[in-house]
Design a binder for this molecule. Structure first.
Ligand code: FAD
Length: 375
C-alpha cells in the first residue's frame, strides 16, 4: 500500500512538494483558503489581475527555474524599483545607485561619509550597525532607518539580525545596472491568471482539501487536527507557522503583517515606463506601491496599483531577530521524525518564491532518499 503524505498549506512550498511526491505517496494537501497559492494567487479587480503585493519570480537556481517553468511559462522582464524620499522631494533608484548621489541635496556630506565607510568592513552585529558602516548616517536615515522599522514593525533596527545574505543583495551602492535582480532569470507567468495554473497543475492528482484549516498538530500521536477532522500520515510536510501548530508552547513567533489596498486609476500608466514599484522610506503609513500591469503585462486604458500597509495583526514577514530565531529553534526541537517544515513560515525565514521551491526540492529529495533506503 502506498505511504501517505500530508502537506499543510498550499502556497508555493506546499504545492511544489505535493507535485514532486504525489506519484510516490498517497498525497493529501490541506489549505485554509478556498483556492491554493497564498498571496501569489492572482485575483481581479475591475478586470485587472493582481496579487497581494508584487510576486515577481527571480532565481539563479536551474532546478528551481525548471520546476516552475515546467508547469507555467515565464515571460521574462527586468524589475526596476525606486524609493521616494519625501525630505528630498525626490525619487531615487533602489537599490542605491552611485549616480543618484550628486542630485541629493546633501551630496557633499554623503560623499564624505562614504569615503569613511570605504575604509571599514561593515559590522554584522545588527541591521543598524551594518547599514551605518556600509553607507553612513545620512543615506541610512534617508533610505533604511524608517523604512526598515515600519517594514518589520520594530522600534529599532538594532533588533534585527544583519547576517542575511540578501542584505542589499550583495552591494550597498551599485553602479550602472539599475535592475533589482541583476544577472538572474526573472519574470512573471505569461498566463493572464499568473501562477494560478501552476498551483492547479501541481495539485492535480492529489487529494486537495480547500477551506480546511489546520488547528494543531499532536506530535506524540502524529495527528493533524483540522476543521474537517483528524488526519494522520507517514510523512508530514508543514508550511504553516509552527507556533500555532505546536499550541504556542514557547509563545507566539513575531511577524510583521500587511494589509493591501488595490486601487484603479483612470490613466494608462501611473509609474514611469519600466518602473514596477516604489518604496516609501519616510513617515508615510505605506511601505510600497506597485503598478501591476508592469508585472502582469495586462493591457488596459486604466491601471491598477496596490498599496501595502504594515500592521501588527496579520502574519507575512517573520521578524529576523535573535530572540525570534531562538524561539523558532525551540519549536524545531519539537519536530518528530518524518515531519518536515519548510517555506517562509515553516522555516521562519524571509524567503521568496524561489526559496520556497528550493525547500520543496530539498525535502522531496530527502523523503525519496529515505523511502529508497527503507525499500
Ligand atoms: C507582500 C509580499 C510581496 C512579495 N513579493 C515577492 C516577490 O516579488 N518575489 C518573491 O520571490 N517573493 C515575494 N514574496 C514572498 C513569497 O511570495 C513567499 O516567500 C512565498 O510565496 C512563500 O510560499 P510558502 O508556500 O512558503 O508560504 P505561503 O504562500 O504563505 O503558503 C502557506 C499556505 O498555507 C495556508 N494556511 C495558512 N494557515 C493555514 C492553516 N491554519 N491551515 C491550512 N492552511 C493554512 C495559506 O492560506 C497559504 O496558502 C512576497 C511576500 C509578500 C508578503
Amino acid at each position: 500500500m502506498a505511504k501517505r503524505l500530508l502537506v499543510l498549506g498550499a502556497g508555493f512550498a506546499g504545492s511544489t512538494v505535493a507535485h514532486l511526491l504525489k506519484d510516490r505517496f498517497e498525497t493529501t494537501v490541506l489549505e485554509a483558503a478556498a483556492e491554493p497559492g497564498g498571496g501569489c494567487r492572482t485575483a481581479w479587480y475591475g478586470g485587472h489581475p493582481y496579487t497581494f503585493g508584487p510576486r515577481v519570480f527571480f532565481s539563479r537556481d536551474e532546478a528551481v527555474i525548471a520546476t516552475l517553468t515546467a508547469l507555467t511559462p515565464i515571460r521574462r522582464f527586468d524589475t526596476i524599483s525606486w524609493t521616494y524620499v519625501a525630505a528630498d522631494g525626490a525619487f531615487y533608484n533602489y537599490p542605491l545607485q552611485g549616480a543618484d548621489i550628486p542630485r541629493m541635496p546633501d551630496a557633499a556630506a554623503i560623499e564624505a561619509e562614504l569615503a569613511a565607510c570605504r575604509a571599514r568592513r561593515p559590522r554584522a552585529e545588527d541591521f543598524e550597525a551594518y547599514w551605518l558602516d556600509a553607507i553612513g548616517p545620512t543615506l541610512y536615515r534617508k533610505f533604511v532607518d524608517r523604512y526598515s522599522r515600519k517594514m518589520w514593525g520594530v522600534e529599532s533596527n538594532r533588533a534585527l539580525a544583519a547576517n542575511w545574505e540578501w542584505v542589499n543583495r550583495g552591494t550597498p551602492i551599485r553602479e550602472g545596472d539599475v535592475r533589482l535582480y541583476q544577472d538572474q532569470f526573472q519574470g512573471y507567468p505569461e498566463a493572464p491568471d499568473g501562477y494560478n495554473g501552476f498551483f492547479a497543475k501541481a495539485l492535480a492528482g492529489t487529494r486537495f482539501l480547500p477551506s480546511t484549516r489546520v488547528t494543531r498538530f499532536d506530535s506524540a500521536r502524529r495527528e493533524v487536527h483540522t476543521s474537517a477532522g483528524v488526519l494522520a500520515a507517514d510523512v508530514i510536510v508543514n508550511t504553516l507557522p509552527v507556533d500555532a501548530l505546536f499550541g504556542f508552547t514557547y509563545g507566539r513567533l513575531r511577524y510583521s503583517g500587511r494589509s493591501f489596498i488595490p486601487l484603479v486609476l483612470p490613466v494608462a500608466q501611473a509609474l514611469p515606463e519600466g518602473i514596477a514599484w516604489v518604496h516609501y522610506s519616510g513617515d508615510e503609513p505605506y511601505t510600497r506601491v506597485t503598478e501591476f500591469k508592469k508585472i502582469t503585462g495586462h493591457a488596459s486604458p486604466h491601471t491598477l496599483i496596490g498599496i501595502e500597509l504594515p500592521n501588527e495583526t496579520s502574519r507575512y514577514y517573520p521578524v529576523q531577530s535573535a530572540v525570534e530565531r531562538a524561539r523558532f529553534a525551540q519549536y524545531q526541537a519539537m519536530f518528530p521524525a518524518d515531519f518536515h517544515s519548510i517555506g517562509r513560515h515553516g522555516s521562519f525565514q524571509y524567503k521568496g518564491i524561489p526559496d520556497a521551491i528550493r525547500d520543496a526540492l530539498d525535502v522531496a529529495e530527502a523523503v525519496l532518499g529515505r523511502a529508497r533506503a527503507a525499500a
